[in-house]
Design a binder for this molecule. Structure first.
Ligand code: ZN
Length: 323
């Protein structure tokens, strides 16, 4: 008797499961997934930032509601930060990659603007700080006079960053080396992060991002010694590499800002805001490596050389860098 009751219960349970399964099939028929071959990732750019604030403050700023809301997809702490504690360093994921993090602001790279739509933002804790003078104006910027310090990035942070870049590039294989860039590259008038100590060259040697070959730089340096390029060609070359720059043919403030961004990334030992022959040679070595099809046009001189061309004994400004 007990056996019969048990059998009956099992049958009822089986019937119930069949009914639920059948109901689910009916309920799910409104959507059917058939993956199309004709699609790709929305993400084509990776933007590196530094925070200036410590881990605790950065996490607060990047995750809590505020009157000036900002965020990033990832945050990487630095060792020895008391607000992080003693546990091993790990990557903090703050925003899903399928969603927009608010890290880029007004921004431009290689023909695209408003880059929150198509980028992934990575913040590294790096406590850059400045000492401001009580009085005085910086002769180069017209802003407050400040003395700034840029601490190095820790090996442990860079190891975590390369691990993260590996994973991101696997998910978004369309990101080109020239599209792994800094906040300063996409907003040269407003931002200088990740700053002059960020190891772009080391990352490139590990396979992440763009760098130039020294031998090619020497070739262009020799060429420009003999035949300096007019500034308009250099502005066009900066634009061809990806920067937002007006082609004015003049050394104006927007050009100085773009040159500063370029030097912060590719020549951080000589951030002068002046388009020197060395900077021009590095820029053309990059174009030679990544956009060789654009070289002919960029090297073509259409106007007679004038006084705005970079010259050998140009006055070198003191670096102006503000976080
Ligand atoms: Zn930034």
């Amino acid at each position: 008797m007990q056996n019969e009751t048990h059998m009956m219960l099992r049958r009822i349970t089986a019937l119930f499961i069949t009914f639920v399964a059948a109901f689910n099939i009916v309920a799910c028929t409104t959507t059917q997934t058939t993956d199309s071959a004709n699609q790709n990732s929305r993400v084509s750019i990776i933007v590196i930032h530094h925070t200036t604030a410590n881990f605790g403050d950065s996490l607060q700023i990047l995750t809590k509601p505020s009157s000036y809301p900002v965020s990033s997809h990832y945050l990487i702490p630095e060792p020895g930060d008391p607000t992080y504690g003693k546990s091993p360093l790990k990557i903090f994921k703050l925003v899903d990659e399928s969603r927009r993090a608010w890290h880029a602001g007004t921004s431009y790279w290689a023909g695209k603007s408003g880059l929150n739509d198509q980028s992934i933002g990575i913040e590294l804790v790096n406590r850059t700080w400045c000492h401001a003078s009580d009085t005085g104006v910086n002769p180069y910027t017209g802003g407050p006079d400040r003395l700034c310090f840029y601490p190095d990035f820790a090996d442990g942070q860079i190891a975590l960053l390369t691990e993260l870049l590996d994973e991101i590039l696997e998910r978004h294989p369309d990101v080109k080396p020239t599209h792994i860039i800094g906040h300063s590259d996409i907003a040269p008038g407003r931002k200088i992060d990740p700053g002059p100590r960020f190891p772009w060259q080391r990352l490139a040697s590990l396979g992440y991002g763009a760098w130039y070959d020294d031998a090619t730089v020497i070739q262009y340096w020799e060429r420009f010694r003999a035949e300096p390029l007019p500034l308009i060609n250099l502005q066009k070359a900066l634009a061809a590499y990806g920067y937002e720059i007006e082609l004015t043919g003049e050394i104006d403030e927007q050009t100085r800002n773009v040159v500063r961004a370029f030097q912060l990334h590719f020549q951080p030992w000589a951030v002068t805001r002046e388009m020197t022959r060395e900077s021009a040679a590095i820029l053309f070595a990059l174009l030679d490596k990544y956009y060789p099809e654009r070289l002919d046009e960029l090297l073509q001189v259409e106007e007679p050389l004038d006084s705005t061309a970079p010259c050998e004994n140009e006055q070198v400004d003191e670096p102006e860098m503000t976080p």
